[in-house]
Design a protein around this ligand. Structure first.
Ligand SMILES: [Zn+2]
Length: 50
């Protein structure tokens, strides 16, 4: 009861994750980057790279 739980704060991802994370141009959510395409799980945006 008297224990204080550590509050999870929103921290920026480490530098190594920065390069992989792209933002959706529609809703600014993080895109899921696949080998040849990027998809947004939030709004359904998808971009296929040839
Ligand atoms: Zn989106």
């Amino acid at each position: 009861m008297g224990k204080h739980h550590k509050v999870n704060r929103w921290e920026k991802y480490s530098d190594e994750g920065e390069s992989d994370s792209k933002m959706c141009p529609r809703c600014q959510s993080m895109l899921a980057v696949h080998s040849n395409r990027e998809t947004c799980g939030n709004c359904g945006y998808s971009k296929i790279e040839k």
